[in-house]
Design a protein around this ligand. Sequence first.
Ligand SMILES: [Zn+2]
Length: 187
Amino acid sequence: MGGQRWFYRDDHEWLTLAQQLKQIPCPHCKAVGTLNRHGCLYGFKGQRKTLRARRVFCSNRQARPGCGRTFSVWLADKIRRLSITTDALSRFLQLALAAGILAASRDIKGQRSERTWQRIWQRFHLAQSKIRTALLGRCPPPQSLPRPPTNPKYQAAAHVLAHLQAAFPDAHCPLTDFQLTLRDFFI
Ligand SMILES: [Zn+2]
């Protein structure tokens, strides 16, 4: 799919996209007129079933010229393979910068263990250079940090988050807008 992911913000955006599917080329085989809605992808948060993505099928049935593959159109506030939202991740990262990962994982409500938050931080850490490169396509990084992190080891992370904020200054959640606009998962 050329590395690009598809995202949508809300039902309205999905319905608009769904109505245009027949005019959009398949991201795999580039055929036009073959894409069809193909159900939903759900995740579980405890007992609660939550919608994560819509599935789209490139039809090769009844001699249609599609490739028969499916792909997901993700809700932009979801994080891949995690049941937290972009909002929660954003809060966690900000707290971690201010008070450390341990304090942040205790502060954030939810039933995730400190180990899980450690792993999430690790994922963010590994994604930083990819995030920086993607953000550079929108704006240069800010010259200085709004406030330096308490612990110097979070310096690089603080710069990435400040850059994210600068790239989407008016966003309710810059992480969501990152995914929607840059068409890639944040982490
Ligand atoms: Zn296709």
